[in-house]
Structure formats: structure tokens, C-alpha cells
Design a protein around this ligand. Structure first.
Ligand SMILES: [Fe+2]
Ligand SMILES: [Fe+2]
Length: 205
């Protein structure tokens, strides 16, 4: 892990209330096969959930138009992660339980009307993108492997764009005050989740 730039870490959190301790990268790089496998499944889940949003809210023209290319982008990320595994002679193993996403489900407001469901889905997606982006940034900055650092730089840029898009869509369909209020609540709850999750050496989140 590269030293000397740790103090910059707290600056870039995309609104997240709890920054990841950069020493997480030390653990991650010792378990890079597991991290890449978990990352591949994150991209698969991002692809699937984007398709679900499009199908469920097919009457929302802007949403459909803007999320359709994201499906291809997330699946391309999946392909890139699989290629990294193959290049390194590593295996794409079985999916493991995603404690982070399960915990996010527990703070998602269920029920309500379609609008209530849409704002929850958009903001939860924005949260996952933000946390992924934050972790990718640490991998970019502190991994020793230059190829993987470049790889995670590209991933960080892409997921930052997705984070912005989900928030923009929330603001397109809902009043700014409503979005800001719920976003603030979710950020606080996400920080509690991150604080409570046991440190996982083999997961991206
Ligand atoms: Fe992605
Ligand atoms: Fe994404």
C-alpha cells in the first residue's frame, strides 16, 4: 500500500458520513481474488437492478432513456472484472452473502405508492454507487499493483457518474426538499450500517 497520502482520504466521500479506513486496502490486496469475485457480483447486481428499474418504471421516459445505457456499462464492468480474474489465473467463484446490500434493504421504506417506491430505489442505488466509488478510490490510490490501480481509477470515475445520475433522476421526479430530506436520513443510516458491519476481508463493502 502506498503511503503518504492518507490525509486526502476524508475529503472525497460523496456525502457519505463514514469514510473507510484506508488500511482496508491492506486487507483487500491480500485477498484480491475474493475482492475481484465480490466486485464481479456487485457489477452483476448493478446490471440486474438497473434493468428492474427500467422495467418497473417503463412509463418514465427520462428514466428509461438515461438508465438504458447504464445496463450495458454495468455489464461491461462485469466483463472487465472477469477478464482481470482470468488474466491473473484466478477463479470466478460462488456468490457470497452481501451483508451490505441486505442491511440497506432493512432501511428501505417498503410499501407506499409507486412514487414512494421510486424515490427509495433511486436513492438506495445512489448510496450503493457512492460507497462503491469511495472504495474504488481507495483501491486506486493505495494498491501496489499499478494495473489494478488504473483499473480502479476507471471504475471510480464510472460509478461517480452513476451516483450523480441516480441523484439527478430523484431530483427530476421529486421535489428537491423531499429528496434532500430522505437523502440525509439515508446517509446517516448508511453510516450506522458501515459502522456495525464486521470488517470483511473478502468483500468490496
Ligand atoms: Fe459498475
Ligand atoms: Fe454503477
Amino acid at each position: 500500500m502506498k503511503q503518504g497520502t492518507l490525509k486526502q482520504t476524508a475529503i472525497f466521500t460523496l456525502g457519505l458520513k463514514l469514510a473507510t479506513d484506508p488500511s482496508w486496502v491492506n486487507i483487500a490486496e491480500m485477498n484480491i481474488e475474493s475482492i475481484l469475485v465480490d466486485h464481479a457480483y456487485c457489477e452483476q447486481k448493478a446490471t440486474s437492478s438497473t434493468i428492474s428499474l427500467i422495467v418497473k418504471f417503463s412509463e418514465k421516459e427520462d428514466l428509461v432513456e438515461q438508465l438504458t445505457p447504464i445496463v450495458a456499462e454495468e455489464w461491461h464492468h462485469f466483463e472487465l472484472v472477469i477478464a482481470e480474474l482470468r488474466k491473473r489465473g484466478l477463479r470466478f467463484g460462488m456468490q457470497r452473502s452481501d451483508h451490505y446490500v441486505k442491511a440497506l434493504r432493512s432501511i428501505t421504506k417498503m410499501g407506499g405508492n409507486r412514487d414512494d417506491q421510486l424515490i427509495e430505489k433511486l436513492l438506495i442505488s445512489a448510496l450503493i454507487e457512492a460507497r462503491s466509488c469511495e472504495r474504488f478510490r481507495l483501491l486506486w490510490k493505495y494498491l501496489d499493483d499499478q494495473v489494478l490501480r488504473d483499473f480502479y481509477y476507471e471504475m471510480m470515475i464510472a460509478e461517480a457518474g452513476h451516483y450523480k445520475l441516480y441523484l439527478a433522476l430523484a431530483n427530476l421526479y421529486f421535489q428537491t426538499e423531499r429528496v434532500a430530506y430522505r437523502w440525509k436520513e439515508l446517509l446517516a443510516q448508511e453510516a450506522e450500517i458501515m459502522n456495525a458491519l464486521p470488517p470483511c476481508h473478502d468483500r468490496l463493502h
